[in-house]
Design a protein around this ligand. Structure first.
Ligand code: PAF
Length: 290
């Protein structure tokens, strides 16, 4: 497995044989089974697989958890080597944002609601770094997790708008046995908060079941999730949402699919989760088999 922090070195390997397809899994490290499931999709779907490990400072607000974001490069590299990854890109801040750097990629509508409301600069940081990584790696396919539902909408839009020649593949959310969505941030939960955290998926599932039983009022679906989550004393809701899966606008009446999502604080740790229900002709949850 090649490990490099250098763009030239990466490109040398990427283009050694231009006939090969490359899958790419961008990450911020501290890898868990969710990342590895995306790596598996890439290994199966491509001749070669590259993974980036880079904690991107521009997607954290000054008040957020950049300095305490969990890191374990040695452990990550061991997991990726065992998985059979071909190349890992581990750039420094100076390589990604050299002195004089002055370009930001901003998307308008889809970055405003949900995560964008409490994290107004977040998606500009994500879009900028992913645009750079796509230009550096030039993958055939790129892999992202459904857990970051709004990120997948934003990045699909980025690829369309800027004509990136990359196929976007969205993998299902990986979950702990008690249904909590896997996240590097789970490691920061206290014991009591960790026990309470499955309420996110329980509330989303209750809304999904209400939808399956015929509930079509966005207000009612949001209200159901709100009630269940607020019944847990340590859970502080940032938002509950029943939104259009493409525009991310809140729905009054659900007609043609819905993205049910929520963000909840446990202490300082903010967890997100979602269930995507496809349009009426195919109401299967796009979540895998959990
Ligand atoms: O989802 C993440 O881990 C990050 O937002 C990403 C896509 C690697 C960009 O830094």
């Amino acid at each position: 497995m090649i490990v490099t922090s250098q763009i030239d070195e990466l490109r040398k390997h990427r283009w050694a044989d231009p006939s090969l397809t490359w899958g790419f899994v961008p990450t911020m490290g501290y890898l868990h089974a969710g990342h590895l499931s995306l790596v598996q999709l890439s290994l199966v779907g491509n001749d070669k697989t590259a993974v980036s490990i880079y904690v991107n400072p521009t997607q954290f607000a000054p008040t957020e958890d950049l300095s305490s974001y969990p890191r374990n490069l040695a452990g990550d590299l061991a997991l990726l080597e065992a998985a059979g990854v071909d190349l890992v890109f581990t750039p420094s801040d100076t390589i990604m944002y050299p002195p004089g750097f002055q370009t930001t990629v901003n998307l308008s509508n889809v970055t405003q609601p949900l995560e964008g409301r409490s994290r107004p600069t977040h998606f500009a940081g994500v879009a900028t770094v992913v645009a750079k990584l796509f230009n550096i790696v030039q993958p055939t396919r790129a892999y992202f997790g459904q857990k970051d539902a709004q990120q997948t909408v934003v990045l699909r839009q980025l690829v369309r708008d800027l004509n990136f020649n990359v196929a976007m593949i969205i993998g299902p959310t990986s979950r702990e046995p008690d249904s909590l969505a896997m996240s590097s941030r789970n490691a920061r939960l206290s014991k009591a908060d960790r026990l309470a955290a499955p309420i996110l998926y329980q509330a989303l599932s209750a809304a999904k079941n209400a939808y399956a039983s015929g509930e079509r009022s966005g207000v009612a679906l949001r209200g159901l999730m709100w009630e269940m989550i607020t019944a847990v004393p340590q859970a502080k809701i940032d938002y509950v949402s029943a939104a259009d899966p493409k525009t991310l606008e809140e729905l009054e009446i659900v007609e043609d699919g819905v993205l049910l999502s929520t963000a909840v604080f446990f202490g300082k740790t903010r967890l997100i989760d979602n269930i995507l229900i496809e349009a009426t002709e195919n109401t299967e949850e796009k979540e895998g088999n959990f």
